[in-house]
Write a protein that binds this ligand. Structure first.
Ligand code: HEM
Length: 530
């Protein structure tokens, strides 16, 4: 406001064509409007206060400070303003939560209050606004869909396989894809010498979720799948916490290539899934449920009976669950693997320790989804450190309050948009010694034989509470199996003398810049590859 008055006064001084009375009239109107806007803001009940936060510019709020590396900017601000802080993006207030205890208090102890999703502009394009993860619904329909998704995932992943010799279906799929990657990497090293390994990782991981969702594997050169999985950067740019166009309406009307690509990828994604769903309807046989899509179709047909009749779900709401599972199931796991391979290449001693633990012939696929923990502590510690150090999901998906509530003595109105800063927790000096150092040992006991559960429970990667990731066990198990299979047979390094830039690019999932410096060779040159 002061800036506006100063500007007006300088106009009087320099031009001399506006009278002082007119300037004061304008200023008075301005003040009135300002006070009116303030009075529309939620009334804070007596004895409580609004969360502190940085002052922002009119209309823009704090957007300029948050534009780049939003996770770092908000971590810096939280050091000044505390674990419960309010920033403004545009004119919209956003609550930013930091500190593990505060986040647990909000998402676990006051879980019902903080489990909503904000109604953000870009989210309406995801799954035609029907997304389980991004749509603003957090009522009975969301609960019923989440339960359905969890059951379907379990049946077609970590439940024991009825037919195969693997302990579960997930292992069967991962083992096929990991073996393929080992052979492909060696072949590419031989023929091309340098290549972008992430391009292959993402297709293999996508194939695992495709097998569970659609009972189908794609060729690594399938153009349709490639064009979907390789565009996920644009998805992450727009869906990231703090995208200005979600908060400043006028920006939606300006031409934006990223937004165009985002809409396009969502359209193509839905089209891709719809085609497969149609094929499943045509060949559906209720005596032979092949995959998650079949199990959802079966649910559509039988929903009118039993307990499900209590919460009526439209067929569209049931079937579109598969969009969420497919969408959430590849970029996250592929990014985790991509960081894992970068860390082992950067730290050869750490790679050697993992390989010594894995041995030459340990049958990884006989371990079962939960039993890796006792047997391979160093490998597990490495994976935990990868999640912590990279914090490649710097924020959860934004939350919102479902009712007016109080957190740490601060009043938070209903429908407040909430960012959960996972990066801050994973780099908090109060929780971690030398947080910027990559050290799997921090999770091990002195003898190096056991993981400390107190330490591992402090890592935030999958969210907490009612919105906690439903693919967590699958995601962790997939990362472990892919990584262990590759490291059992291959050695990763970076071409000597070349600079590698691993600074994460801000987005929903953060990745390092394209890197073609990986060198891959067989660990045991005399053994034939699978
Ligand atoms: C390393 C792998 C993964 C990581 C780090 C991860 C992380 C996350 C995070 C941080 C959230 C948001 C939590 C919140 O908003 O509070 C989330 C939500 C979700 N994840 Fe994952 N995820 C992974 C793998 C998977 C997989 C494999 C699937 C499914 C096959 C999956 C399905 C979902 C779904 C459906 C949601 C939305 C839940 C809801 O809003 O109720 N995720 N995940």
């Amino acid at each position: 406001m002061l800036v506006a008055m100063k500007a007006a006064m300088s106009l009087v001084g320099s031009q001399g064509f506006v009278s002082a009375t007119e300037v004061f009239l304008v200023a008075a109107v301005f003040c009135l409007v300002f006070l009116l806007i303030q009075s529309f803001r939620q009334h804070v009940p007596k004895g409580l206060k609004s969360p502190p936060g940085p002052r922002g510019y009119p209309i823009l709020g704090n957007v300029l400070e948050l534009r780049k590396d939003t996770h770092l900017a908000l971590t810096r601000l939280s050091q000044k303003y505390g674990d419960v802080m309010e920033v403004r993006i545009g004119t919209r207030p956003v609550l930013v939560l930091s500190g593990l205890d505060t986040i647990k208090q909000a998402l676990v102890k006051q879980g019902e209050d903080f489990m909503g999703r904000p109604d953000l502009h870009s989210f309406q394009y995801i799954s035609n606004g029907q997304s389980l993860a991004f749509s603003p619904d957090s009522g009975e329909v969301w609960k019923a869909r989440r339960k359905l998704a969890q059951n379907a995932l379990k049946t077609f992943s970590i439940a024991p396989s009825p037919t195969s010799s693997s302990t579960c279906l997930l292992e069967e799929h991962v083992s096929k894809e990991a073996d393929y990657l080992v052979t492909k990497f060696l072949q590419l090293m031989d023929e091309e010498k340098s290549f972008d390994l992430n391009r292959y990782l993402v297709v293999s991981v996508a194939n695992v979720i495709c097998a569970m969702c659609f009972g189908k594997r794609y060729d690594h050169n399938d153009q349709e799948l490639l064009s979907l999985v390789n565009l996920s950067n644009e998805f992450g740019d727009v869906a990231a916490a703090g995208n200005p166009a979600d908060f400043i309406p006028v920006l939606r009307y300006l031409p934006s290539r990223t937004m165009q690509l985002f809409k396009d990828i969502n359209r193509r994604f839905s089209f891709f899934v719809q085609k497969i769903v149609q094929d499943h309807y045509t060949s559906f046989d209720k005596e032979h449920i092949r995959d998650i899509t079949d199990s959802l179709i079966e649910h559509c047909r039988e929903k009118s009976v039993g307990e499900d009749a209590r919460v009526p779900l439209s067929n569209e709401k049931i079937i579109s669950i598969v969009n969420d599972l497919f969408g959430a199931g590849f970029d996250t796991v592929a990014t985790a693997l991509s960081w894992s391979l970068m860390y082992v290449a950067l730290y050869p001693d750490i790679q050697k320790k993992i390989q010594e633990e894995l041995g030459e012939s340990l049958n990884l696929f006989a371990l079962g989804p939960k039993s890796d923990r006792g047997t391979l502590p160093y490998t597990e510690a490495f994976i935990l450190e990868m999640f912590r150090h990279s914090s490649f999901l710097p924020f959860t998906i934004p939350h919102s309050t479902t009712k007016a509530t109080v957190l740490n003595g601060y009043y938070i109105p209903k429908d407040t948009c909430v960012f959960i800063n996972q990066w801050q927790v994973n780099h908090d000096e109060k929780l971690w010694k030398d947080p910027s150092t990559f050290s799997p040992e921090r999770f091990l006991n002195a003898a190096g034989t056991e993981i400390s559960r107190t330490e591992s429970d402090k890592v935030m990667a999958f969210g907490l509470g009612k919105r906690r990731c439903i693919g967590e066990s699958i995601g962790r198990w997939e990362v472990f199996l892919f990584l262990a299979t590759m490291l059992q047979q291959l050695e990763f390094s970076l071409r000597p003398g070349e600079e590698v830039d691993i600074s994460p690019q801000y987005g929903l999932t953060m990745k390092y810049k394209k890197c073609e410096c990986f060198q891959i060779k067989k660990r045991f040159p005399t053994k034939s590859s699978p």
